[in-house]
Design a protein around this ligand. Sequence first.
Ligand code: GTP
Ligand code: MG
Length: 192
Amino acid sequence: MQPNLILEDTIYTLEQLQEIEVPQIALAGRSNVGKSSLINALAGRKNLARISSTPGKTQSINFYKVEPWQYYLVDLPGYGYAKVSKADRQKWAELINQYLISTPGLKALAVLIDSRVPPQQIDIELTSYARQIDLPLIPILTKCDKCKQRERDAKQNEWAKLLGGIRPIMSSASSGLGLDKIWHAFAEHAMD
Ligand code: GTP
Ligand code: MG
C-alpha cells in the first residue's frame, strides 16, 4: 500500500521546536541533494514539498505525517550551501542540531548523499555525529538515474566502508528506483 503524506507543521526557529514524542524519521543532506524531491516521489505527488534548482530553498523544518502509519517524516533544511550567509548557515545548523538532540520520538536519520560526487567532508561529519549520539542511520544515494551502474556501485561500496558496513540505498526521485526499499527502512525504524 502506498502511504500518504500530509504536511502537518512547519517551523522556522528554535523557539518553535517542541519535544515531540511521535515516532519520526528525519531527512538530512546537503542543499540540492534532492530531499524535497524524494519526499514528493515517496508520496507519489509532484508539489507536496517545494523543489527548486536554487539550493537553500527549504529553510524550515517540515513535518509530514505518514498515513496510515502514524509517524512523521521530517524534512530538515539543507546544509553546506556556500552562498547562504554565515549567520543563516549557523542558524540552520543550530536548529538541526537542537532538533536531533531534543526530539524524543526521533528513530533514525536518513542521510541523503549525492551519488555523483565523492564523499563530502560535511556528510561524513554528519554521519559520524549521528553514530556518536547513537542515532540509527539510513544512508540514501540520490539521483542514481544520473550516473552509470558501475559508478553508483563504486559509490555504494565507498560509503559502506565509511559507515562501518551500512550500505546506502540507491534511489532516484525521477525513476522511482529504491522508493520501496526506503519506505521499508523507514517503517522498520519508525515502528520498532
Ligand atoms: P534544499 O531544499 O535546497 O536543501 O534542496 P533539496 O535537497 O530539497 O533538493 P530538491 O529536491 O529541491 O532538488 C534539487 C534539484 O535536484 C532539483 O533541480 C531537482 O529536480 C533535482 N533532483 C532531485 N532529485 C533528483 C533525481 O532523483 N534525479 C534527477 N535527475 N534530479 C533530481
Ligand atoms: Mg528542499
